[in-house]
Write a protein that binds this ligand. Sequence first.
Ligand SMILES: O=C(O)CCC(=O)C(=O)O
Ligand SMILES: [Fe+2]
Length: 213
Amino acid sequence: MIGNTTEKEQTIFDHVGNTIKTEDREVRIVAKYEQPLVVVLGNVLSDEECDELIEQSRERMQRSKIGEDRSVNQIRTSSGVFCEESETVAKIEKRISQIMNIPIEHGDGLQVLQYTPGQEYKPHYDYFADTSRASGNNRISTLVMYLNNVEEGGATTFPMLNLSVFPNKGTAVYFEYFYSNQELNESTLHAGTPVVKGEKWVATMWMRRQTFR
Ligand SMILES: O=C(O)CCC(=O)C(=O)O
Ligand SMILES: [Fe+2]
């Protein structure tokens, strides 16, 4: 366990056992790292939903911009786009809200990222630094959903936990960083490692402490 505390901190994610019964789908809990909480989930999206998210996003893709100044940055070399509202997106967002146990109004919106060979997302935190304006309503949890099977590379890694999650179509990795122990929040450092062969597509939902939209 990371951190000095022996007592386990409260988590946002409150599901027990091996399944999450959402309104329209039974999501599988495949693996858990307890503190900080990292959960690998199966059966989050259907193949059709994955394909639709990719197709909707492909055309609108542009070189991704990160950070508050929206500048092109070498930390993330993938391309990204926020999904436009649609029946499918609304259905998926409702499911995500039930998995993450946070109202969808706290979400940044569903962002789709595309990585081609050589592209990556270097180690980073999903929350903003205390000094940034965005930290006023900071992020507290993340769900990264894998929209395709990657031929080689592209794992999501947590370097401080020595943990790797491999992309599998329709599965996801969840983690949260709303701990009072800042050391635990910092141990959610993660990366999208370079794609070696094939493409990698993910859809990410970040949740905020308060209503965001
Ligand atoms: O692509 C990945 O595996 C990680 C994506 C990620 O860290 C993010 O979207 O915040
Ligand atoms: Fe991230």
